[in-house]
Design a protein around this ligand. Structure first.
Ligand SMILES: Cc1cc2nc3c(=O)[nH]c(=O)nc-3n(C[C@H](O)[C@H](O)[C@H](O)COP(=O)(O)OP(=O)(O)OC[C@H]3O[C@@H](n4cnc5c(N)ncnc54)[C@H](O)[C@@H]3O)c2cc1C
Length: 514
């Protein structure tokens, strides 16, 4: 401990507030407020009353530059509000920028061309069931009913999607659409950023939300925020409202392991390092309620060698099978994400090998595939026998067992029925066209389904007495209540776009108070 830290009183050290804060009175109010909520995180959160003088003014202050923040910004601006966005990182986009951008929606006419029957109602039913009916039916219905409109809106902003639907990992139905622009999730962010720039909406980079400002402790309107800019506190007046679009907390080991003790520091994550969830605690300090915080999703998408996002599982599961290091199949490849992750955690070294053929691998992003293979993080061979040899050399996978598993899988394809694990007939496709691929993969912490509670489909944040916190909105992964226990692959982009837009529209409708 540094000597100046040693000098702090007990309460100063606990709250992270300075002696000067206490003398000025801010600290006392802050700690009283925080202690009243029981949500004080030492050194992390300061609840702050309104200042005598604000440093900056806007109508709608948006925190975060992922899909939800940028969608909210465009809509709030187009509804006539002055909008400012802040972003704590040096680059925009959060998880959205590195994501695959897969977008689920029922588009029955297009799906019918590929022999797929679908409807928004089926999307709704499957989403609810996949989350063990813990998602809020009102939110899920709204999201699935508006999913296609959300994709069309993205197209209007300049994002192009592949016309052919498929079943993304954990998507459960062939209603996943891929952005075709380079970078996929990054392409969505680039398109939305171009729209934000066109509207001259300022994005203040390296600026972090530190606290919300409310009329009174746990009472009245949210009036703005205290943000940290170049080490200094800046009081931001938000005359219509503040929108939290700050993403999840998969990268915060303390927070995620508090809610799921298995998710300790040695468990990899697919997320960017800024997915740390402090804004949830900041909102809690203003009385916000949270829900589903222990619904945390693991995804089989981390590379076995790097422990980072970068497995070829991303390419799909139809012309593919999963085997363990014994070369044996152990789960249906089109199962729910949680079922697959739990199954992998039980295998030797917690590893699965995604094994697929060219029909799966050529689907998209050949550059990413080439890079992963070039770096020896996944393997390719012209024949299955050659692939078996490589896997034996690299990972001691028994060649005979491996080849038998592929043969047995292909036999199931011929019979049109996976008697072993029940992979759905529409996803049961052969692994038969070379070259063949294998990608050693582990499960990583991927998505936090819990977060602040919002009212119905309005995106207004609710407090612990079930009342709206006036002028505080939230959208995207920072919220709870949409995905239940298990998020369907490809549904998060929809959640962020549909509710991000709503948050922007509804915040813009507020009457400016200043
Ligand atoms: C590798 C990966 C691939 C994925 N692929 C898909 C997919 O294909 N389809 C799908 O549906 N879902 C996918 N997901 C999930 C989905 O992309 C995310 O849920 C979604 O991008 C979250 O968007 P968001 O706007 O809520 O938050 P984010 O995109 O994470 O943005 C939040 C932003 O807020 C900023 N921020 C946070 N706290 C503060 C603060 N205190 N002050 C200022 N700024 C702050 C962060 O720095 C960040 O830039 C994927 C996720 C990952 C990690």
């Amino acid at each position: 401990m540094k000597s100046d830290e040693k000098k702090k009183t007990g309460i100063e050290a606990k709250s992270g507030l300075s002696r000067r804060d206490f003398i000025a009175g801010t600290g006392i109010a802050a700690v009283a407020g925080a202690l009243a909520t029981g949500a004080l995180l030492p050194g992390k959160v300061e609840a702050v009353p309104p200042p005598k003088k604000w440093d900056r003014t806007t109508d709608v202050l948006i925190i975060g530059t992922g899909y939800s923040g940028l969608a909210a910004a465009i809509e709030a601006h187009d509804a006539g509000s002055k909008v400012t966005i802040i972003e704590k990182a040096r680059i925009i986009g959060g998880n959205s920028a590195i994501a695959s951008g897969i977008y689920n929606c029922a588009e029955p006419d297009v799906q019918a061309k590929y022999g797929i029957k679908d409807s928004p109602e089926q999307h709704y039913q499957q989403t609810l069931a996949a989350g063990d009916f813990r998602g809020d039916p009102e939110k899920v219905k709204y999201m699935t009913d508006n999913a296609l409109a959300g994709r069309k809106w993205l197209e209007k902003q300049g994002v192009q999607f592949d016309e052919k639907p498929y079943t993304a990992v954990g998507a459960l139905w062939a209603r996943s659409f891929d952005p075709v622009n380079k970078g996929r999730g990054g392409a969505i962010i680039r398109a939305l950023k171009a729209q934000v720039d066109k509207r001259k909406i300022p994005i203040l980079m390296n600026v972090k939300l530190k606290a919300l400002v409310r009329q009174k402790t746990l009472e009245g309107d949210i009036m703005g925020a205290v943000v940290t800019e170049r080490g200094k506190d800046v009081y931001f007046k938000a005359q219509k409202g503040v929108i939290l679009a700050t993403g999840g907390f998969a990268a915060d080991v303390a927070m995620r392991s508090k809610h799921d003790p298995r998710l300790t520091a040695d468990v990899p994550t697919t997320n960017v390092s800024t997915a740390t969830g402090e804004s949830i605690v900041i909102a809690e300090n203003e009385g916000a309620d949270v829900q589903g915080m222990d619904f945390i999703q693991m995804l089989i998408a981390c590379n076995y060698y790097t422990k980072k996002y970068g497995s070829l599982t991303n390419l799909g599961v139809d012309h593919a099978l999963f085997v363990n290091l014994e070369g044996v199949r152990f789960v249906a490849e089109d199962q729910r994400r949680d079922v697959m992750a739990e199954a992998v955690l039980k295998q030797t070294k917690k590893v699965l090998l995604w094994v697929a053929d060219e029909q799966c691998a050529k689907r998209f992003n050949p550059k990413m595939t080439e890079e992963i293979i070039k770096d020896n993080l996944a393997f390719r061979a012209n024949t299955l026998e050659q692939l078996a040899k490589i896997l034996n050399e690299k990972l001691q996978v028994p060649e005979k067992a491996f080849l038998e598993s592929v043969a047995k899988y292909n036999e199931s394809v011929k019979n049109g029925k996976d008697a072993q694990f029940g992979k759905k007939p529409e996803n049961l496709k052969p692994v038969s066209v070379g070259p063949f691929y294998a990608s050693p993969t582990q499960a990583g912490v991927h998505h936090t389904m819990g977060g602040v509670q919002t009212k119905g489909t309005t995106c207004q944040v609710m407090d612990r007495e079930n009342k709206v916190i006036p002028r505080l909105y939230a959208a995207g992964e920072v919220t709870g209540g949409v995905h239940g226990t298990n998020r369907v692959g490809g549904n998060a982009t929809v959640d962020c776009v549909v509710f991000g837009r709503n948050a922007g529209i509804n915040a813009a409708r507020e009457k400016a108070w200043g």
